[in-house]
Ligand binder design. Sequence first.
Ligand code: AMP
Ligand code: GLY
Length: 423
Amino acid sequence: MNILVLGSGGREHTFAYKISQSKRCSKLFVAPGNAGTAAIATNLPIGVNDFEGIKKVVIENSIEMVVVGPEDPLVNGIQDFFKADTQLQHVMLVGPSKSGALLEGSKERAKEFMMQHNIPTAAYQSFTSESLDAGKQFLETLNPPYVLKADGLAAGKGVLILKDLNEAKQELENMLTHAKFGAASTKVVIEEFLDGIELSVFVLTDGKNYKVLPTAKDYKRIGEGDTGLNTGGMGAVSPVPFADEVLMNKIEERIVKPTVNGLKVEEIDYKGFVFIGLIKVNNEPYVIEYNVRMGDPETEVVFPRITSDLVDLLEATAKQKLNEITLEIDERAATTVMVVSGGYPEAYEKGKEISGIEKVEDAIVFHAGTALKEGKVVSNGGRVLAVTSLDTDFRKAIKKSYQEIEKLSFDTMYYRTDIGFDL
Ligand code: AMP
Ligand code: GLY
């Protein structure tokens, strides 16, 4: 069948890489894609939120499956758009409906869902500008540090963690009355701080059945030792060494099953990925957030470990037949290191020529922010390449990633040299 992947990052290059290995895929398209996807698929110059443009190419190219990478088009209702259009209804779209995507699109909605279905999470209350004073009073009842979350999508920047009560009150006011995160912070969730170690669990669900995919841990800060500004992610490891069977059983029983069951009882059309951000506190798992898509760079370590045919898995998801599929996983560990543009996550330059990709032998180079310019691969984003390696344990894998990165170069190139340091 002909398949279209929506997006242009490392996550989408990894999807395309796995899909292109499937015998089930005839023609593969990526919109808008990058220089990496151009080598294994046909890139189409269409934005992920241009639903009419997407419709046109889906019809023109007889595309039977669309795999949505980022959250934006999901929150904007791409699944509902396909379902409502007589020319698109037959197309399998992997990704939740708009109401399902609200689990990521609204922190308050996610908290209500967790409360409704008894899913362990931090205690919380939410506030608007009308209830600003009540919000300040609520802060007084909590112990520091204080966790403030903009309700809506804020490009991963909408969470503030503050040690000082007065600062927390001031930031609450900035968010609610001075639109610190624009419309995303017209509502703010204040929650109890959980002290523990984070991990991510990925679930593929058809709304009825589910498969738990490999776990991963990402490294969000720009600097060594988890310091400096937050980024989209500077590297990742899979599996997470401390996610043992006991913890995974708790996660499946207390979190994954009630989540899928909650989608079912609320009649939410959800055929796609659930990325559950978790924190382990005294060996007990709590949900920090839901995302309605795969993570990036987590995909670059999770997917290379999936040995089942990805198209079979995605088709079973779309057709609500995941119960008929066995998920096969490579036991080896995978690590990825993000190579970024100097200056990221603040201002950085693009268009730097990248050399050495063809010399990498013992790792897979996934393109994140790249483009082709006069036949050459150039940087085209903050996060540029993700270098993924597999080996019997994560220490060996990470060593390979770092050996292979040495072969890459471009002006201002930067990467963290300590991915996995805390494990
Ligand atoms: P989120 O966007 O909800 O994933 O939050 C961003 C980051 O803030 C998370 O990855 C955690 O490191 C941290 N965080 C969020 N909520 C809490 C919480 N209740 N307690 C401690 N840390 C939190
Ligand atoms: N790496 C975190 C995310 O994709 O949200």
